[in-house]
Write a protein that binds this ligand. Structure first.
Ligand SMILES: Nc1ncnc2c1ncn2[C@@H]1O[C@H](COP(=O)(O)OP(=O)(O)OP(=O)(O)O)[C@@H](O)[C@H]1O
Ligand SMILES: Cc1ncc(COP(=O)(O)O)c(N)n1
Length: 301
């Protein structure tokens, strides 16, 4: 059975974080594992508090799991300190892990902040370049671009190596200076391109917080020679529901699970989107606030 490790925070109300991830991974027919970065106090009405797990304990959770069971993909959600990032980055490198999906949860829709600018800067510099895919929502993508601009970050790595050999990419690279100047007003595809070029990873900007009748996500591809530097649109209907808590966690976990099953990145995103739309359409209505998506609405092998 394909195996997926989620490294994320605990959401005791069950819709997001490690609880939502493992439900999603199970529904996708994979074996789910979870290493907890922090405990939260939250329900369907908001996030009230966060308590980080000590760094050495996070290290031991992941290390002992990896030394026993090798994951075919990993999903990384809430990270609350630069020390936690160093631990995760060190272990990804030591075990040579592949199919690394990072959902950079900066601040939940309602409630306290998970990651400050210092943590985000560290994530951008150290974790993003090791990632197969980074999946910010629209406000997160704008904040990441501002941090890249404000700290003048440009991460050395695989992107720079690839851009020397790809003429299509060189053309986009030349327009980077122009993109940098107007980062605050970038469109969703431009945001994806800006982050991807600066961090050397594929980037999916999620459209749940955008306006419009459709929920459209945009992928900028850093790997896969044929598609490098290309933008791909993933469009689906916008579902009217008050049960949308955990969509971001469900999407990234579903993508990780589908990559663990052997799907290529674009196919895995397509299937992830299908999973989330079905989970939203179920309109489960648990709790008194913004209830959880129905993780069991689509189950497949
Ligand atoms: N009302 C909706 N109808 C259909 N799809 C949606 C809706 N809201 C979000 N999505 C989809 O859900 C996925 C997650 O997007 P979103 O922008 O909500 O991420 P997020 O903010 O990280 O999620 P969360 O609210 O769990 O933090 C995307 O594929 C997005 O297009
Ligand atoms: C532990 C944890 N991780 C991620 C989220 C996603 O945030 P939201 O769905 O509220 O925007 C969350 N609420 N809790």
């Amino acid at each position: 059975m394909p195996t997926v490790l989620s490294i994320a925070g605990s959401d005791p109300s069950g819709g997001a974080g490690i609880q939502g991830d493992i439900k999603t991974i199970f529904a996708e027919g994979c074996y789910g594992m979870g290493a907890v970065t922090g405990l939260t106090v939250q329900n369907t009405l908001g996030v009230y508090d966060v308590m980080p797990v000590p760094t050495d304990f996070l290290y031991r959770q992941i290390d002992e799991t990896l030394s026993d069971i090798r994951p075919d993909a990993i999903k990384i959600g809430m990270i609350v300190s630069t020390e936690q990032i160093d631990v995760i980055v060190g272990l990804i490198k030591r075990y040579g892990l592949e199919n690394v999906i990072v959902d950079p949860v900066i601040a939940p829709t309602s409630g306290v902040e998970f990651a400050n600018d210092e943590v985000m800067k560290c994530m951008i510099e150290k974790l993003f370049p090791l990632s197969t895919l980074v999946t910010p929502n629209l406000p997160e993508a704008k904040r990441i671009c501002e941090i890249i601009e404000n700290f003048n970050l440009q991460v050395e790595g695989k992107w720079q190596m690839q851009s020397q050999t790809q003429s299509q990419v060189q053309t986009q690279s030349q327009s980077q200076t122009q993109i940098k100047r107007k980062a605050a007003n970038l469109s969703m595809p431009e945001l994806a391109c800006f982050i991807g070029q600066n961090c050397g990873c594929s980037v999916l900007i999620k459209g749940g917080h955008a306006e419009g009748d459709d929920a459209t996500d945009y992928l900028w591809t850093a790997s896969d020679d044929d598609r490098i530097g290309c933008i791909t649109e993933f469009k689906d209907e916008r579902v009217e529901t008050t049960s949308s808590h955990g969509t971001g966690c469900a999407l990234s976990s579903s993508i990780a699970a589908n990559m663990a099953k052997g799907h290529m990145l674009e196919a895995a995103i397509y299937r992830g989107k299908e999973y989330v739309t079905t989970a939203l359409k179920s309109d489960m209505r648990i709790g008194t606030g913004n209830g959880s998506v129905n993780h069991g609405a689509l189950a497949r092998q």
